[in-house]
Design a protein around this ligand. Structure first.
Ligand code: FE2
Length: 200
C-alpha cells in the first residue's frame, strides 16, 4: 500500500518552527507533544521500509534530522520480545506509540551509581511519553507484544544517533558509553509535493 507522507512532513515543519521559536525545554515539550500525539493517532503514513523488524535487534530508522541538529525523528521497530538495555538520552525526547504497544521501565540513579526502578508504563497507540535529564532520563523499553512487531515514533532534541550516551547494568551499577547510530542509509522523501501542486 502506498503511503501519503504529508502528515509526517507537516509534523516536521511544525516541530522545526517550535525549536526555532522556543529555547525552554518545557515549552518545547508542551508544544510538540500534542503534535506527536496527533501524528501517531493515524497509522497510514509510515513507508513500509521503515516498519521492518530485524530478527535479532530492534531497529532505529532515521526519518528526518534537522540541518542544525536541533531535532531528529526516528521510527523504532521492535520485533517480538525485543528490548533495549537500560539507557539514557542526555537530551529531551518524546515517544509516540504508532502500532502495537511498548513497556517503559523508569529508573533513578543515585550519586553512588545505584539504579532504582521507579515506574513502569504501558504505551498504547496514540499515546506519548517524555524523557529528558529534567523529567527522568533513564529507562528500559520493551515490546509489550510477544507475537507481533511494535512501532513507536521518537522525536529528540538532537541528532540522537550521533549523541554520546550511556547504558547501565542495574545489578552492578556498571556504566558504558554508546552511540546508537541508525539502521538505514537512505531516508524517506518528504519533499515530492508535485501531486498537491499539480492538483491545485
Ligand atoms: Fe529511550
Amino acid at each position: 500500500m502506498a503511503t501519503d507522507i504529508s502528515r509526517l512532513r507537516r509534523f516536521i515543519v511544525e516541530a522545526t518552527e517550535i525549536v526555532g521559536a522556543e529555547r525552554d525545554e518545557a515549552a518545547v515539550l508542551a508544544r510538540i507533544r500534542p503534535l506527536l500525539a496527533d501524528l501517531v493517532a493515524t497509522d497510514d503514513w509510515l513507508p513500509e521500509e521503515y516498519t521492518r523488524p530485524h530478527p535479532q535487534y530492534y531497529q532505529q530508522y532515521l526519518l528526518h534530522c534537522d540541518p542544525l541538529e536541533r531535532i531528529s525523528v526516528v521510527s523504532f521497530v521492535w520485533g517480538p520480545g525485543q528490548s533495549t538495555p537500560v539507557h539514557d538520552h542526555t537530551v529531551w525526547g518524546l515517544v509516540g506509540m504508532l502500532r502495537g504497544a511498548e513497556t517503559s521501565e523508569s529508573f533513578t540513579r543515585d550519586a553512588a551509581g545505584k539504579l532504582t526502578k521507579t515506574d513502569e508504563d504501558l504505551l498504547k497507540p496514540g499515546e506519548v511519553c517524555a524523557v529528558s535529564p529534567t523529567v527522568g532520563d533513564i529507562h528500559k523499553v520493551s515490546n509489550a507484544l510477544a507475537d507481533k512487531p511494535s512501532i513507536s515514533i521518537h522525536v529528540y532534541g538532537a541528532n540522537i544517533g550521533a549523541v554520546q550516551r550511556h547504558v547501565f547494568v542495574p545489578d552492578t551499577g556498571e556504566v558504558k558509553s554508546f552511540v546508537s547510530g541508525y539502521a538505514n542509509a537512505a531516508m524517506p522523501n518528504l519533499w515530492d509535493r508535485s501531486r498537491e501542486v499539480r492538483g491545485a
